[in-house]
Design a protein. Structure first.
Length: 123
């Protein structure tokens, strides 16, 4: 969304019209903030856009329940022989530990083998 990808905006707008409630996690915020800090220019404008976005979604904290769920997910995928990126375990754990079973991601492969995630929408 923050990068202005038309497909991402279209996907989230469609979900919004259907009454979807949007969540992100402190892990996602960390990733975005790291990216903003590495920008050669306009970091203040991007920080303001991030603040606006986070004011319109629910931000899930990464807590001890999410940590345990992340370890479960990592083990589950290791047993399946389908590991994913380290931070994606934590993103999935934040969602799953809060009863969220649908993800919107640019990379469906990272979340499609997690049993608690019932649907992964891509843009």
């Amino acid at each position: 969304m923050l990068k202005g990808y038309p497909a991402a905006i279209e996907c989230t707008e469609s979900l919004r019209k259907q009454g979807a409630v949007f969540y992100t996690s402190t892990i996602n915020l960390y990733e975005v903030i790291c990216g903003i800090k590495n920008l050669p220019r306009d970091s203040e404008r991007h920080s303001e856009a991030l603040q606006l976005l986070t004011s319109r979604v629910h931000v899930l904290n990464f807590d001890s329940e999410a940590a345990m769920k992340g370890a479960d997910i990592k083990h589950q995928l290791r047993v399946l022989g389908k590991p994913i990126g380290g931070i994606d375990y934590l993103i999935a754990a934040s969602a799953c530990s809060n009863g969220i079973d649908m993800m919107v991601s640019q990379n469906k492969k990272h979340f499609e083998n997690i049993k608690e995630i019932k649907q992964v929408l891509t843009y």
